[in-house]
Design a protein around this ligand. Structure first.
Ligand SMILES: [Zn+2]
Length: 362
């Protein structure tokens, strides 16, 4: 995919902290998000999921211009399902799914609970089931959270989006920019409130919700495990980062999110690499440095073999949206001068503005 030149200039401007949006307006935006989350009259957790989904998709849109931007409700529904997927399993302490609305299970949980014992990519591969569930979730989103998210203190304040017809929303001016810029902050706040509400709705959680945050928001190891075989084959049995051979024993390597889950929680093939234990634990939640990014971009640019492998294994690739997410992650790291990971035993390095150039030709 060739990125239009204007997007790269906008990305560069973002990395350099030259924003199209005034600082005062950015602060006002964050205050409104806080107000929205503090409004305690939600009866389900949908509002948190919707805000999270809109912020995630704003990153994928890769539009740093500040201009209004269209999101399809079907895109929101897909992200919604991804966010609720693991949450729709039986909670181990309750032997049933969690309550996510006053008085019981939320409609989305009803729709997903029987499917969520399999991996989401296996479910998406069952096209008819996926399409009908997806349509039902779209209906729920249109009927409830899309109408209610922007009601603050009883008053509708459409500062995030306007609803267009039945199938789209248009993000207001500067909103996509602010959501992408403050993605970690906004999704972090949404999850904290989501967690608190689930805790209130499930008094039977007798351990006081210990491990609840993990249950709600962390990726399922088994979802990652299904990628192991394909990655091992593609990397010819070597660690993606240090290229040392991986011993065959199962626990000698980990399926690693190249852009860490903590920054952008998303399980797709293009973001996965197989790393040996040493690299995986040393890298932790950092973004990898330039050499690793170039290595990853080389895999991305010559994708055929990799994608065929994923397709053969019924695994999601994430090809279309993964590059904007990577560009966004690195621009943010440059902007905030965050260290990048080089290798186990070596010092982390500061991000270089030239990294943005790597995305120009991607
Ligand atoms: Zn390694």
């Amino acid at each position: 995919m060739t990125q239009p030149q204007k997007d790269n200039i906008a990305l560069l401007r973002h990395a350099l902290d030259i924003d199209p949006v005034e600082s005062a307006e950015q602060i006002r935006f964050l205050e409104r998000i806080q107000g929205l989350l503090a409004d305690g009259r939600f009866t389900t957790t949908y509002k948190y999921a919707l805000l999270h989904a809109i912020a995630d998709i704003a990153v994928q849109k890769n539009d740093w211009s500040g201009k209004p931007c269209i999101i399809e409700v079907s895109e929101l529904a897909e992200r919604f399902i991804e966010l609720y997927w693991n949450q729709s399993r039986n909670h181990p302490a309750l032997s049933s799914p969690l309550h996510q609305m006053k008085g019981g299970k939320a409609g989305v949980i009803h729709l997903l609970e029987h499917a969520s014992n399999q991996s989401i990519h296996a479910f998406k591969a069952r096209t008819e089931d996926w399409q009908s569930t997806h349509r039902e979730v779209e209906k729920i989103i249109r009927r409830y959270p899309l109408q209610l998210l922007q009601v603050i203190g009883g008053e509708k304040i459409p500062f995030l989006y306007n609803i267009i017809g039945s199938g789209q929303i248009e993000l207001c001016e500067n909103v996509a920019f602010c959501l992408a810029r403050f993605h970690g902050l906004i999704t972090g706040m949404a999850r904290t409130e989501w967690y608190r509400m689930v805790l209130r709705l499930n008094p039977a959680l007798n351990d006081g919700g210990r491990d609840l945050h993990t249950f709600l928001f962390e990726t399922e190891r088994q979802n990652l495990e299904s990628y192991r075989g394909a990655l091992l084959e593609f990397q010819e049995g070597r660690c993606f980062y240090c290229e040392r051979p991986i011993k065959s024993a199962k626990n000698q390597a980990a399926v690693d999110h190249f852009v860490p889950w903590s920054r952008y929680p998303w399980d797709v093939g293009h973001n996965f690499v197989l790393a040996d234990q040493k690299c995986n634990s040393s890298k932790s939640d950092l973004l990898p440095a330039r050499d690793h990014l170039e290595h990853w971009l080389a895999r991305y640019r010559n994708p055929q073999e990799f994608e065929e492998l994923l397709a053969r294994s019924n695994l999601q690739t994430g090809k279309e949206a993964v590059l904007p997410v990577f560009a966004w992650a690195y621009a943010g790291a440059i902007n905030r001068s965050e260290p990048l990971w080089v290798s186990a035993g070596k010092k982390n390095v500061s991000p270089d503005i030239d990294l943005v150039e790597l995305f120009r030709s991607a």
